[in-house]
Design a protein. Structure first.
Length: 69
């Protein structure tokens, strides 16, 4: 079986991943990043830093399930 879903935007990929993961009846795990500003950065609150979605990096809230590759 070789199926491919092509999505031009990360938000579409995230939505599809959530829908597929919701069909699994395994244990959920949620991991949060620990974003902090440095002395050289502009003063941004954690709330603002956690909204950034950088290509190639996971989002602030990473939802995982057992047996999900």
């Amino acid at each position: 079986m070789s199926n491919v879903i092509i999505c031009p935007h990360n938000r579409n990929v995230r939505n599809l991943n959530e829908k597929i993961a919701d069909t699994l009846s395994t244990t959920d795990y949620i991991s949060y990043s620990s974003d902090k500003g440095t002395d050289q950065s502009v003063d941004l609150g954690e709330e603002v830093l956690n909204t950034f979605e950088v290509p190639g990096l996971p989002s602030h809230e990473l939802k995982l399930k057992e047996k999900c590759l």
